[in-house]
Write a protein that binds this ligand. Sequence first.
Ligand code: GLC
Length: 475
Amino acid sequence: MNIVMVASECAPFFKTGGLADVIGSLPSALAGRGHTLSVFLPKHTSLPLEIAEQATFLQSFDVRVKWRKQYCGLYLYQTEEISYYFIDNEYYFKRPALYGENDDAERYAFFTHACLEAFERLQLEIDILHCHDWQTGLLPAYLHQRRTEQLPKTVFTIHNLKYQGVFPLTVFDELLHFEENDRPQLEMNGAINFMKTALLHADWITTVSPSYAREIMQQPFGEGLEPILWQRQHVLSGILNGIDDESYHPGRDQALYQTYTHQPARKQLNKVRLQQELGLPVLTESPLFVMISRLVEEKGIPLLLEVVDQLFSSETMQIIILGDGDRRLADALQNVAARYPDSFRFIGEFNEQLARKLYAASDFLLMPSRFEPCGLSQLIALRYETVPIVRETGGLKDTIRPFNECSGEGNGFSFTHYRADDFLHTIRYAIQQYARPEKWRQLQLTMYNSHLGWDQSARIYEQLYHQLLSGEADI
Ligand code: GLC
């Protein structure tokens, strides 16, 4: 099949979150199954120079954004498996931030119009057009407007329903190329909503875990779009993300102090070196917890702040938090770090190399999310043989089975309700198991056997694409 993916970020080129990891790895998994993959991305200024230099300029053309006529340069970066097309316009994309600018609606309307123009100019044969998140949400609707026979089938993946691309009503007349009677399909609560229109027009909607696909049918997870999701539930399914298990490979990862595969003693060396580097007491016998996350409320940082004093009053343990985001959360974490210099560190940045060191050095990963469409950190943690402690929501529920000390089953620890007490209790229980060598060994063994790559999910996507093309999908 000729599959085209469109997204706003892609690792290792530019990344703000898990979306980039998915766009950086799912296409290879599909290409590995014999399909032809093209990926369309904005040429953000953070594209590493060595990639930009290897990309070839194909052509330039004008793109209309209502009355505006904007330059678009089209670049191709070809790898063995994938054709990456970059949409270039420095006015829109030569900015430090991928999102959060005042004119995001215009930037991504431009991107959408430019992609459509590029498809035509390149005369791409497209069987499946797979769009991701609100930035690409207009595409399925624009395709619908075309009355040609051979339209690609469109799939729209929701990576996080909290971010819908919501803009003032004026955007409709100012930026978008729709007819007046299309207006209701874009409007929602007195605003223009890019995600809503995607949900209405995509031939199929996926989200990144089966549990999240069920959760978003109800408040508050549906973030106001539950009526639309109900309406389209017959074309909605949840498909779990995988991780790139070649890139995340503790046996080969050059970022680590010491590589290892199922070798707890070698893994332990990472802990010692990290403790030394961060100026923490070197405590090999007590557990090290990490949290690697964007600092936003829904990742459960408030829960951690609530339990931290109780934890440190009864347990010998260390906690390291890595991530940037909300200023208030960062200040609160900094405050904890000042009070517990020997057991708590907060590193307020997004740092991929350090993140890998942390996954390798720690015993536990904390992920008490209020909601989590899929979550990738828990999968990376498992890969680095670090035990996840999660709240049972979305993809966390689908990937982490709680350890059962009687049967020895389970690859992590989990709690059901978003409550500080439950989180505290789960951490204490996990520490108890950590202190029991036999139980700990059992847990490690199940962890080693967790399936984390894309194999299974790529097969499910492939099956879905086939069904859409043959008309067998239940549309
Ligand atoms: C978003 C979600 C996260 C998911 C990722 C990739 O960042 O918040 O749960 O893993 O997208 O799909």
